[in-house]
Design a protein. Structure first.
Length: 110
């Protein structure tokens, strides 16, 4: 359920792929059964394609990687966190528009 440029983050690769990334990273915390998460999927894929050269964009399935979600206080999904330099710089809870997600990445790039 992910586009060609959308990465898959897990408890195992979160440190190397997200926290140690030299680019901003957008992480969509989601689950297969979550209808709002599924509705957000195409938007995440579009952002991943548009920012492929500038940022990492991916999804973390909270059913398969519970400890990372717990570590960042994810209590509702979808939750989107934008990381820069290993720190959360923006957080969105619920279905979020493409414009807001793009602005968050642009801000992290700036």
């Amino acid at each position: 359920m992910a586009g060609a440029n959308t990465l898959e983050f897990t408890d195992d690769n979160f440190d190397s792929e997200v926290l140690q990334s030299d680019k901003p990273v957008l992480v969509d915390f989601w689950a297969e059964w979550c209808m709002p998460c599924r509705a957000l999927g195409p938007t995440i894929d579009e952002i991943a394609t548009e920012y492929a050269d500038k940022a990492k964009v991916g999804k973390l399935n909270t059913e398969n990687s519970m400890s990372t979600g717990a570590k960042y206080g994810v209590q509702a999904i979808p939750t989107i966190l934008v990381f820069k330099g290993g720190k959360v710089v923006q957080k969105f809870v619920g279905v979020t528009g493409k414009k807001d997600l793009a602005a968050a990445i642009d801000s992290a790039l700036g």
